[in-house]
Design a protein around this ligand. Sequence first.
Ligand SMILES: Nc1nc2c(c(=O)[nH]1)N[C@H]1C(S)=C(S)[C@@H](COP(=O)(O)OP(=O)(O)OC[C@H]3O[C@@H](n4cnc5c(=O)[nH]c(N)nc54)[C@H](O)[C@@H]3O)O[C@H]1N2
Ligand SMILES: Nc1nc2c(c(=O)[nH]1)N[C@H]1C(S)=C(S)[C@@H](COP(=O)(O)OP(=O)(O)OC[C@H]3O[C@@H](n4cnc5c(=O)[nH]c(N)nc54)[C@H](O)[C@@H]3O)O[C@H]1N2
Ligand code: SF4
Ligand SMILES: [Mo]
Length: 750
Amino acid sequence: MPPVAEPSAPSPPGARPGPARAQCPYCGVGCGLELKPGEPAPDPEASPASWTVRGDRQHPSSLGQVCIKGATVAETLDQNRLVQPQWRERLDQPFRPIDWEQAYAILIHQIQHTLASQGPSGLAMYGSGQFLTEDYYVANKLFKGALGSNNFDANSRLCMSSAVAGYARSLGSDGPPCCYDDLDLSDLVLLIGTNTADCHPVLFQRLLKRKRKLKAALQIVVVDPRATTTSDAADLHLAIRPGTDLVLLHGLGHLLLLQGAIDRAFIDQHTEGFAALETLWQAWTPERVSALCGISIPQLEQLAQLWARSSAVLSLWSMGVNQSREGTATVGGLINLHLVSGQIARPGAGPFSLTGQPNAMGGREAGGLAQLLPGYRAIANPAHRAEVERHWGFAPGAIASQPGLAVWQQVEAMERGELGLWWVAATNPLVSLPWLDRVRAAAQACPLVVLSEAYAGTETAAVAHLLLPAAQWSEKAGVMTNSERRLTLCPAFRQPPGEARADWEIFAELGRRLGFVSQFNFDSAAAVWQEFSALTVGRVCDLSGLSHRLLAEHGPQQWPFPQGCAPGEGQARLYGDRRFPTDSGRARLIAEQPLGLAEPPCDQFPLVLTVGRYLGHWHTMTRTAQVERIQQRHPEPLLEVNPMDARRYGLVDGALGQVRSRRGAVSAKVMVTDRIRPGTLFLPMHWGASQELACEANRLMHELGCPISKQPELKAAAVTLEPVILKPVTLKPVTLKPVTLEPVSLKPLA
Ligand SMILES: Nc1nc2c(c(=O)[nH]1)N[C@H]1C(S)=C(S)[C@@H](COP(=O)(O)OP(=O)(O)OC[C@H]3O[C@@H](n4cnc5c(=O)[nH]c(N)nc54)[C@H](O)[C@@H]3O)O[C@H]1N2
Ligand SMILES: Nc1nc2c(c(=O)[nH]1)N[C@H]1C(S)=C(S)[C@@H](COP(=O)(O)OP(=O)(O)OC[C@H]3O[C@@H](n4cnc5c(=O)[nH]c(N)nc54)[C@H](O)[C@@H]3O)O[C@H]1N2
Ligand code: SF4
Ligand SMILES: [Mo]
């Protein structure tokens, strides 16, 4: 069956399409972009039409602002695309092009074979926060509903899952309670484990603009083992030892107690568990905290004073908090402070996770992790399963009662030969998962690895048997939700290249071919959305009043947006009534002892490697490596080393250094800088094996993570460092054979 036409399908060839408005497909700030077609190309077949991009001034989340990635996105859309399904039986063979009929036949054969031999648990998909919500919804319905396998997980496991678990545990439900306007209303902004300037640039610029105006009246505190562009703007930078965030937060609680800077009325009326937290905090004296975190007591006291005297405290956090073996506990530790001081559920105040990917929020709403179902529901809850089964049109019991495998468990299942199909879509795990050598070996042992990708030649393609060409953002319609719970319709305004299809269409077509015709009979993304949004009625993330049409006509909207809600009337903040969605209606205070790093430094591996991002590059560079301006800005990966460590390990600026962990070694050019803590190294995550200057940081990282969120500790591994001594190359003497030249007879010119 051919892909179904969208109501917002690309214009017919020859027509000049008008400007398109969409959410930026990169980070979770979710800026609005306005895209206008350039001059039509003389030969549209040879060179596709160019698009000019600018910030969409009508978008309430970004008001016309963009960063370098959003501004250059049009340059990434056409080159190096995967345009046809490709197949190889064995990994040592080259891929050969096939058609979609053959691709579906391969998928269906392996699914049926696996179901017969191993059962539903032998099937797994690993998806992405870069899916549109419609992609997520149909993938989930296919795996958890039709196939009976809850093994649908996403790269949000590496990203936001500690925030998801932390919100749910403390407040009773997932869902960031704040909005971007809070940046304009707070007088203390705590940025913990986030390099906002590089990773959420448009939000950071908004904060910076206000800081320039208000000066000391707005205080900015940054907690990060490195000095970053973010900390350059801070009034106070706490360069703590990696993995000591929870100690710091408890130490702050200790001082707030001492100073009496707590809101007794709020604690009594709206929380539970204070007595246990109070006992825990009492033990976290400034002396202990200072020694463990590696910061001074006056610095800690300064933070406590700022918190105590501020009328509105806003905390922003990202991967420095989430990617930790105690990620959920640290999120709880941060929310504790907001609850105990009444700094929540009012303008300018609250705990606010900065979402990484453009639609990781939509993924959470659609139930896109192995333990979730749509509408912020849980697999473990029998009533939730029954509601979803009914809505999806499957028999009672169709959804398995146990949560599925999180991504690392999928890797382990492949190692044990327990997966017959590993389907990777819109993520590049052979760069982004920890312990890459182990992941590679596990994937190589899986009988069928399928990769749905927009681009050709990614690192993950090297372990795949079947490649499915995906239409990407701009070529398929659908909705994304940004960090402040705002939904933007992203229309299809370009044709997908070759035979590429929207991910949700690929999943729906497979569902029909497997015999679930009525359940997957969607004729458009708008119809998928309609079915999904109806499943959110009465939930915390109620967005049942939103349709593609409403979003197209009235622009981006925030949820909650129940049926009957008027455009612009979605809620900016959650829990304004201070009732939390727990059984008691009270938020829970979490008293948990800090554990520190899962792999602490030791004699053999005395340093801590942390891995993060550069402003211009996006993750595994499938898109940003194509942009000249970005490549010029970040031409190579640099290993940041403190001058003390450089001296100790015999390295100078510009030298080649080798970082080694228990799992492997990588080399990179050294940048000696006092902007990183002694004992800590930094590498970017971006340069995978397919890049000319490959630097596979994740060969070094371990898989251990938070037991609650199952998020791996991608921010820290114990390593050692040594200079790379380039061996002098001995050239073998070459004996040149004498060349005998044939005599040439030149004809005289006429
Ligand atoms: N330019 C760019 N922007 C992006 C992305 C991108 O690839 N490129 N990706 C997007 C995505 S998916 C995400 S998840 C976000 C990530 O956004 P961020 O989390 O802001 O980015 P990172 O660079 O991964 O890490 C942030 C900081 O955590 C610090 N850190 C390391 N260990 C610790 C610790 O133990 N404690 C604390 N407090 N800090 C620590 C690091 O030094 C680093 O500066 O960015 C989004 N935006
Ligand atoms: N050590 C360390 N490791 C990390 C991190 C870290 O901070 N430190 N961060 C982690 C985090 S937070 C994240 S989010 C991950 C990100 O890691 P990945 O998800 O692996 O990174 P991306 O390069 O964004 O991968 C997305 C892929 O989808 C493709 N694609 C784009 N659009 C579409 C589409 O519409 N359909 C399909 N099918 N494909 C599409 C892109 O070409 C790209 O190959 O990395 C994680 N890994
Ligand atoms: S800040 Fe994020 S969403 Fe905004 S333009 Fe940059 S990458 Fe896109
Ligand atoms: Mo992320």
